[in-house]
Ligand binder design. Structure first.
Ligand SMILES: [Zn+2]
Length: 243
């Protein structure tokens, strides 16, 4: 299982997870079902000592938010490479990705068919040092934001394609847009008062400060990106939020 883990890491570094053959990730002499049952389920999920490790992996992400969508609350561990096909990786910590229920369901048990359709791995693909999430106001009544992947120029095309695939697979654009709409509803009264007393400059300054604080915490967090998009929108700052 350690050797399988090393093959998994090497393939991830080389961007060829989609080429892995499940026959290299079995445990000789033991069926996949038995490996998963005895090592993962009895050894880790229900065993007291193993469960402590399971819970530590589950609690690891920032704010205990699902690292696949950055929004949902972690409720499970997702096997990045499915455990039935890759039983030798069933308890490898790097193959156990904390996930919310929706992302776990969306990802399913499939294996990516190409490099471009491999979802981003939150620990193996360190993309969060770069700013890649962007949004713009596309409608003002009601306010609706379009979220999209805006990759830095240094990214290779395959990483751009993977980020866009990840975005679509987990339905991040509509998920973030609905949340952004809630933010606007919650601050509408406050913004209206600011517009009355300090004009659009006051509204913009407030939104920018909120964006900076959130983006300092999480560079690609949907909340910071929402405030930044609102601050950059002239019509919004000058009162489009009132309608
Ligand atoms: Zn999620």
């Amino acid at each position: 299982m350690e050797a399988a883990g090393e093959r998994f890491r090497q393939a991830a570094r080389q961007g060829r997870l989609h080429q892995l053959s499940s026959t290299e990730f079995t445990v000789p002499g033991i069926s996949a079902g038995n490996v998963v049952r005895w090592v993962y389920e009895y050894g880790m999920v229900t065993n007291q000592d193993g469960r402590a490790i399971y819970d530590r992996i589950k609690a690891a992400p920032l704010d205990e938010r699902c690292p696949l969508c950055g929004h949902g609350v972690v409720s499970t561990l997702d096997h990045f490479l499915p455990k039935r096909m890759f039983p030798a990786l069933c308890v490898d910590p790097l193959n156990l990705v904390p996930a919310c229920r929706d992302c776990n369901h969306a990802k399913g048990e499939g294996l990516p068919s190409a490099a471009e359709s491999t979802p981003l791995h939150p620990y193996l693909d360190r993309v969060d040092h770069d700013s890649w999430l962007e949004a713009r106001v596309v409608d003002s009544s009601p306010i609706w934001l379009d979220f999209f992947v805006s990759p830095p120029p240094a990214w290779e095309q395959v990483l751009v394609d993977r980020a866009r695939h990840h975005f679509a697979l987990f339905g991040l654009a509509p998920l973030f847009a609905v949340q952004a709409n809630r933010i606007v509803s919650n601050i509408r009264q406050q913004l209206t008062e600011m517009l009355d007393t300090g004009g659009e400059d006051m509204v913009r300054a407030y939104l920018s400060a909120e964006a900076d604080s959130r983006l300092a915490h999480q560079l690609n967090g949907w909340e910071g990106v929402t405030y930044r998009a609102l601050a950059r929108d002239r019509a919004f700052c000058s009162g489009a939020f009132i309608s």
